[in-house]
Design a protein around this ligand. Sequence first.
Ligand code: FES
Length: 116
Amino acid sequence: MTWHRVARSEELVEGEWKIVLVAGKRIGVVRREGACYAVLDICPHAGAPVCRGRLTGRVTCDDRHRVGYDPHAHTLRCPWHRWEFDLASGHGVAAIRQKLKTYPVRVAGADIEVQV
Ligand code: FES
């Protein structure tokens, strides 16, 4: 696994995907509330370009079955069938067992790097 420079830090605009080609893989990089995430731009369900999906928070339910919404639970909703994935771990939300491929991201000086 190698670190690859994918953007200058100031290029990464909050909530806007930057799509890069690294080691033959199409990877989306995005910043949400100061955190940077990188995911493979292929949905594990049926291959959609998942980074065209919507960035959202997440519906929650507590022990008393009260429904809420957590805007800080960074989530990506696939544009084709609306499956949702946690941006940090790639795990599917709710009963979705498939996992979105994610990559480590780091800030190195003024650069954003992804480990692929
Ligand atoms: S292709 Fe992404 S949910 Fe179906």
